[in-house]
Design a protein around this ligand. Structure first.
Ligand code: AFP
Length: 322
C-alpha cells in the first residue's frame, strides 16, 4: 500500500507544500492518540472559556488547537494562521509562502460521548504584499485553495485530502505511524436517497428549506418518487465523510433562531475545504444560490449557508432557493 508522501510526489505537489501537509498531519497523529486515550488522557470535558463564536471550549478544542498551532509555527513556510479557536490571525514567518486555516476539533459535542470528531484544514498561497498578521491574507475565494482535507478520528483515523486533483483517502497505520493510501480516487455517487440536516431546527427554517425537506419526507408519494433515509452526526466531518463514501446531501441552511447568526457553519475552515474535497470527487457545494468555492472570505469567522453532496441532489435542492 502506498504511503502519503510518494503518492503526493507522484502528483508533483510542490515540495514545500508537501512538507507543510506533513507538518499538519504530524499534529493530527498526536491528536488521534490523545482522542484514543479519552478519560485516561484527561481530554474529556470543558474549559471555563468561550471562543470568539461564543461557544464553550472543550479541553480537546484547546489541546488540538495548541498542537496544530505549535507545529505550524515551526514551519518557515507558514506566514499566517487562522483557527476556529483563535479570535485573530496568528502571525507566522514574515516570508512564508503559505497561509493555513483550520478547525482543530470539529464536532466538539461528540467528544464526551466517544462519537465522531475530526480536524479540518485548508492551505492557501500567502499574499506577498501583506503582513503576516493581516486578516486580508485570507480574503480569497475557495478556488485559491492549494490543498484541503480533514482527519476523521473514528474507529480508525482517516485522512481525506485533495491537492487540486483527485480526492484521496488514507488510513493511519498505527504499526508504522503513517497514513497509507486506501482510496486513490474517491467518487461521490451522483444520486442519493439519504439526507443530513438537523431536523430539530425545522420550525426555524425559511420556506425553501421547509418545501425541499417536505418533498424528501413524502418519499415514494412525493415528487422525488423514492424513500429517503436521514442521518445526522452533529459533526460535519462525519457527515461529509459518509457522503464522500456512499453519497448523500448535507444541509445547514440559514434559519430564524438568531437574526445575528442566520447561518452556522464557517466559510473559511469548514465550508471551503469540504467543498473542494467534494467537487474534486464529483460532488457539488452551494449556498443555495452561489457556488461555495466562488465566495470571497471577508471575515475569518464568517458564516455561510451550506448545501453539499451528491451533484444531482444538490442541483434539485438549489431549485428551491432561486
Ligand atoms: P463545532 O465546530 O463547534 O464542533 O460544531 C460542529 C458543527 O459546526 C458541525 O460540525 C456540525 O455539522 C454542526 O456544528 C452541528 O450543529 P448542531 O449542533 O446545530 O446540530
Amino acid at each position: 500500500m502506498q504511503r502519503l508522501i510518494p503518492t503526493l510526489r507522484k502528483d508533483q505537489v510542490d515540495l514545500e507544500l508537501l512538507m507543510l501537509i506533513r507538518t499538519i498531519l504530524a499534529a493530527t497523529k498526536e491528536i488521534s492518540f490523545r482522542v484514543s486515550q479519552g478519560a485516561l488522557g484527561d481530554v474529556l470535558g470543558s474549559t471555563l472559556d468561550e471562543n470568539i463564536q461564543g461557544e464553550q471550549q472543550k479541553k480537546l478544542d484547546v489541546i488540538a488547537n495548541q498542537l496544530i498551532k505549535n507545529m505550524l509555527l515551526s514551519d518557515a513556510n507558514v506566514r499566517s494562521i487562522a483557527s476556529e479557536e483563535e479570535d485573530d490571525v496568528v502571525a507566522g514567518d514574515p516570508d512564508g509562502r503559505f497561509i493555513v486555516a483550520f478547525d482543530p476539533l470539529d464536532g466538539s459535542s461528540n467528544i464526551d460521548i466517544n462519537g465522531q470528531i475530526g480536524t479540518i484544514f485548508t492551505i492557501y498561497p500567502a499574499k506577498p504584499s501583506l503582513a503576516a498578521d493581516d486578516p486580508a491574507q485570507f480574503h480569497q475565494t475557495g478556488r485559491s485553495q492549494l490543498a484541503a482535507g480533514y482527519v476523521l478520528y473514528g474507529p480508525s483515523t482517516m485522512l481525506m485530502l485533495t491537492t487540486g486533483k483527485e480526492t484521496r483517502c488514507f488510513t493511519l497505520d498505527r504499526t508504522h505511524g503513517g497514513f497509507l493510501l486506501t482510496n486513490d480516487k474517491v467518487a461521490v455517487p451522483e444520486k442519493t436517497a439519504e439526507f443530513s440536516i438537523n431536523m430539530a431546527n425545522s420550525r426555524f427554517w425559511f420556506e425553501p428549506t421547509q418545501t425541499y425537506i417536505n418533498i424528501l419526507l413524502e418519499g415514494e408519494e412525493g415528487e422525488r418518487n423514492k424513500r429517503y433515509n436521514m442521518r445526522w452526526n452533529a459533526a460535519m466531518v462525519g457527515d461529509i465523510h459518509r457522503i464522500l463514501v456512499r453519497g448523500g446531501i448535507f444541509l445547514y441552511p440559514p434559519d430564524k433562531r438568531d437574526p445575528a447568526k442566520p447561518a452556522k457553519l464557517r466559510l473559511l475552515y469548514e465550508a471551503n475545504p469540504m467543498a473542494m474535497l467534494l467537487e474534486n470527487a464529483g460532488g457539488a457545494a452551494s449556498t443555495g444560490t452561489e457556488n461555495i468555492l466562488d465566495l470571497e472570505t471577508s471575515d475569518l469567522h464568517q458564516r455561510v449557508p451550506v448545501i453539499m453532496g451528491s451533484a444531482e441532489e444538490v442541483e434539485f435542492a438549489k431549485s428551491f432557493y432561486k
